[in-house]
Design a binder for this molecule. Structure first.
Ligand code: ACM
Ligand code: ZN
Length: 542
């Protein structure tokens, strides 16, 4: 119930399955429309349903619990027990009879190695097969399954984790944790399907307004259309290995088909055009021109599509001059009557960017017949850093880029966690290294880093914060400013808000904050073995 990590469960059966006859109907329905359905049979991880029914397939042999939530779990298929392969080959025999596709997706993602490390059978397999470690054991697993499917005339697809420990010889790689896995696979002359979380995950929000629970992220229509599936770093031969891309529609937060449609449309139309058109023919402006027709088709079909494209867009930018921010409001509707207000005062017509110089709430909406359609607000909390120049060393992930480094000093403090994930910069396995230029020497008594502690979503507090203050001596070269104060502080509590207080106030112009990433997610935690996310929404200087 609610977001992952709430630890509240309704205990009702999730249920749902297809009979063989039903699957045949699905496959035929798609084939009649020139679409091939490729099944994914997940292994060696994400298989607790199978382990519950067949506990002898796990390393501990159970008993296993029926899960009342989803996620990445330590219990996975035992790779040392030959029965696992007998079982999976039996499953795959059934699968290939139902699905005529050349490709069979065998998963391979998010498989913790905890059980394998302690399992005598898995360890015996490592020894017998001369494998280096558990990653090579996963590679052995996938290789063995590939060999079986190849012998039946089929080819495998696996998520990019199948690169770890060595790729199976004929595998096609589906790159989801960014583009790096796909790039690496193409360089190894393997076929690739791109589906990076930054551009292809349709379970991410498409509106900045909170319209329903999603897994997080912000993926508007325009960002999908801007996706280029062939990475520029590949040469012509390697680029041929990029077969295309996939849009992912995971349904943890989608209880009914109407919501699935809502999340898919219109983004799936943008991705289809990207994938089915040569790069030279892709043109966002032209797509936008054709959008009204696409929408009227969806209307005619009764498709429940998202209208986030028409949201009144508010963007926050530094105000010209020194200090302060400005809010730009923009609507895709022609001749929209846009109005704004400070706190609860009267609405004013919007004619130019709204200047914000102090803590205040800005309300805004388009108006129809003199009434607001949907009032949204931006609450600004000013401090010495708000609206100031900021530079960051490591770029945030393409999935959580916010509005660039300025997001950290735009005066907006996140109060909704992942529901407003576009207010954060997200760093995957990387540190935040930010320098703020206050413009002149100012008295500084404390610096606060507003972050997020949500381990269920792989998001961790920084391990350590380091604050460096430098005075205004040389205005051209930050590195020349000898620090007058450096304070290192371990993160001790579990609060989203971490403050470094100076023993006594110091004068300085440049403030460098180094927030060290937590590092690898420890075993027993969701996402164990993966790098942790560091989320930061604001740096507050007092
Ligand atoms: C994935 O999203 N775990 C492939
Ligand atoms: Zn085992």
């Amino acid at each position: 119930m609610g977001r992952y990590g709430s630890n509240k469960y309704d205990g009702t059966r999730y249920c749902g399955y297809y009979t063989q006859e039903e699957i045949k109907e699905v496959v035929q329905y798609a084939a009649d429309r020139y679409i091939t359905v490729i099944p994914e049979i997940e292994m060696p991880g994400h298989a607790t349903a199978a382990l519950f029914s067949y506990p002898y397939l796990g390393c501990t042999k159970g008993p296993y619990k029926v899960m009342d939530t989803w996620g990445v779990l330590d219990d996975v298929f035992c790779a040392g027990n030959d029965s696992t392969f007998t079982f999976l080959q039996d499953v795959l025999d059934e699968v290939i009879q139902l699905f005529p596709s050349t490709y069979i997706h065998i998963g391979g993602d998010e498989c913790p190695k905890e059980r394998w490390k302690k399992c005598p059978l898995c360890q015996a397999r490592i020894k017998k097969e001369n494998l280096k470690d558990e990653h090579e054991l996963q590679s052995y697993f996938i290789n063995r399954i590939e060999k079986y499917l190849n012998s039946k005339g089929r080819r495998i697809i696996g998520w990019d984790e199948i690169l770890e420990g060595g790729l199976a010889p004929n595998a096609t790689v589906m790159s989801w944790r960014g583009e790096e896995g796909g790039i690496e696979a193409a360089k190894q002359n393997h076929d690739v399907i791109m589906t990076p979380g930054s551009h292809c995950y349709f379970d991410h929000s498409q509106s900045r307004n909170e319209d329903s629970v999603t897994i997080g992220g912000y993926l508007p229509l325009e960002k999908v259309y801007a996706y280029e599936p062939v990475p520029a770093v590949l040469n012509a031969t390697q680029a041929k290995h990029i077969l295309g891309a996939q849009g992912n529609m995971w349904t943890e937060y989608q209880k009914n088909p109407a919501k699935v449609e809502y999340m898919l449309f219109p983004r799936i139309m943008a991705l289809s055009e990207v994938l089915w058109s040569p790069r030279s023919k892709r043109d966002w402006a032209d797509f936008e021109r054709r959008l009204p027709v696409l929408f009227s088709r969806l209307d005619a079909r009764g498709t429940n599509y998202s209208k986030a494209y028409f949201d009144l867009q508010a963007t926050v930018a530094p105000a010209p001059g020194s200090g302060g921010v400005q809010v730009n409001l923009e609507s895709k509707l022609k001749n929209a009557d846009i109005r704004y207000r400070y706190n609860t005062s009267e609405f004013n017509p919007y004619t130019s960017p709204v200047m914000v110089g102090k803590s205040v709430e800005i309300g805004f909406s388009t108006f129809k017949n003199g009434s607001p359609v949907n009032i949204n607000t931006l609450k600004f909390t000013f401090n010495k850093a708000t609206g100031k120049k900021i530079t960051i060393v490591n770029a945030p992930s393409k999935s959580y880029p916010g509005d660039g480094a300025f997001t950290l000093v735009n005066g907006i403090q996140n109060e909704k966690g992942l529901s407003k994930s576009n207010e954060f910069l997200g760093f995957l396995g990387k540190d935040l290294d930010a320098t703020i230029d206050l413009g002149k020497d100012m008295e500084i008594s404390a610096v606060t880093v507003r972050t997020l502690n949500q381990n269920g979503s792989w998001i961790y507090l920084p391990a350590q914060l380091e604050l460096t203050i430098s005075p205004d001596i040389d205005t051209t070269l930050i590195t020349k400013h000898a620090p007058i104060e450096t304070i290192t502080q371990l993160v001790k509590n579990e609060q989203n808000i971490q403050t470094i207080r100076l023993p006594e106030p110091k004068k300085g112009r440049y403030i460098r904050i180094l927030a060290k990433n937590f590092g690898m997610i420890p075993s027993g935690k969701p996402g164990a073995g993966n790098p942790a996310w560091l989320f930061v929404d604001e740096i507050v200087v007092e």
